[in-house]
Each structure stands twice: as structure tokens, then as C-alpha cells.
Design a protein around this ligand. Structure first.
Ligand SMILES: [Zn+2]
Length: 218
């Protein structure tokens, strides 16, 4: 495999920092939790957040270049312990250019209530298409990596909710993957409010017949 271009790599590190900070500033994750990654285009190398770092004050030295086999190519840096399921996802879905893992509070509320999150508005249906669910498994474990890859084997799944934990969205690039998390959180918030207005469970909200769910994104 050829070495990635250093100028390109620098720009990708900046991209990872920019979108990671945005997620923290939008209140989509707390403390040092969450970890985003992106694929260096045309390679099986990824850049991922360093372990133990807050996304809100990440800088370029908090990005870690590594292979999908776990070999770290930035000496002295340690990747997020969740790198295994990031790697599993890039393998399971070769179309994936970026992975965003945050703990959006309204999404986590559904994950704690163990209720499916209905796609209640047009933006969610268009941008997310299908949500997958993964049971609670230990952070960083090979079992969690396997479970995440299994759910994402369905090519329609663009977002996954992790029980009592958080969310994962993927996309061809980091901007798209990140915005899918924003749409997921927005959908969860609106579903909660609509359920309260109707006085019913979110899954029982009556939805209109959407004859063209992809109209929003064309
Ligand atoms: Zn997490």
C-alpha cells in the first residue's frame, strides 16, 4: 500500500477535528465520550480520535492514523478503544468513508427506554432510511464489533442505536455521516414531543402515508 499524501493527511486531520468539535458543541456527547473516524480515500487506513480526549477541545495531535488491523502509524498515540467496530464497519461496508459515534441525549433516551425510534419526519426518512439496533455489549469488545458489523450488513442501514449507550452513523464522508447523527437526534427529539402531544407511545404516533420518502434528499 502506498503512503498517504502528507498534505491530504493534514487536511483530513483538520476535518476530523472540525466535525468532532461541532458534535460536542451541539451537546451530542458528554465528557471524553464518543469517537469519530474517517477513511483515508483509496486506502484501508483510517484516522480516529485518540483515547481519553474530549471532542470539544480536540486538536490535530488527538488524531490517530491506523490500519484496519489495529496497527498505529502515529508513534506514541493511542486510538479510541472502540477502534475495533470502526474497523469492522469499514470492512463490512466498503462504501463507508466515515463513522460518527456520539451519545445524542434524545436518541439515548430511546436506547434506555428500549423503544424503537420511528422515522417520524421526511428529513429522517430521506437521510436515515433505516435504523438498526444493537444490544448492550462491553465497550471495546470484539463482540460489540461483530454485532455492529452484522447490523450494518444491511445496505439500507445508515444509523444504529446502541442500547443504553449512543448512536453510530456512517456516510461516504465525515460531513454526511455527522449530519446523519444530527438528523437522528432531531428525529428522536421530535418523536418524543409528538408522542407527548398525542399522549401515546412514540411507536404509536399515526404517520401519514409517505409515497416518496426519498424526495427530501433528491
Ligand atoms: Zn460511546
Amino acid at each position: 500500500m502506498s503512503e498517504p499524501d502528507q498534505v491530504v493527511l493534514q487536511l483530513l486531520r483538520e476535518e476530523l477535528v472540525t466535525w468532532s468539535r461541532r458534535g460536542y458543541e451541539r451537546g451530542l456527547v458528554a465528557g471524553v465520550s464518543g469517537n469519530n473516524s474517517l477513511r483515508v480515500p483509496g486506502t484501508d487506513l483510517i484516522l480516529i480520535k485518540a483515547t481519553g480526549r474530549c471532542q470539544g477541545d480536540m486538536d490535530l495531535s488527538d488524531t490517530v492514523l491506523m490500519t484496519l488491523d489495529g496497527e498505529v502509524l502515529d508513534p506514541g498515540r493511542r486510538p479510541s478503544k472502540e477502534w475495533r467496530w470502526h474497523a469492522a464497519l469499514y470492512r463490512a461496508r466498503p462504501d463507508t468513508g466515515a463513522v460518527v459515534h456520539l451519545h445524542p441525549p434524545h436518541v439515548v433516551a430511546f436506547a434506555v427506554a428500549d423503544e424503537p425510534l420511528p422515522l417520524v419526519h421526511t428529513a429522517a426518512r430521506g437521510h436515515l432510511q433505516k435504523i438498526g439496533y444493537v444490544e448492550l455489549l462491553p465497550a471495546g469488545s470484539p463482540e460489540l464489533a461483530e454485532a455492529v458489523a452484522r447490523v450494518y450488513a444491511d445496505p439500507d442501514v445508515r444509523a444504529v442505536v446502541l442500547r443504553e449507550h449512543g448512536s453510530i452513523t456512517i456516510g461516504p464522508d465525515l460531513r454526511t455521516a455527522y449530519f446523519r447523527t444530527e438528523y437522528l437526534e432531531d428525529c428522536a427529539k421530535v418523536a418524543s414531543l409528538a408522542a407527548a402531544i398525542r399522549g401515546t407511545a412514540p411507536a404509536k404516533i399515526p404517520l401519514a402515508d409517505d409515497t416518496d420518502p426519498m424526495a427530501e434528499v433528491r
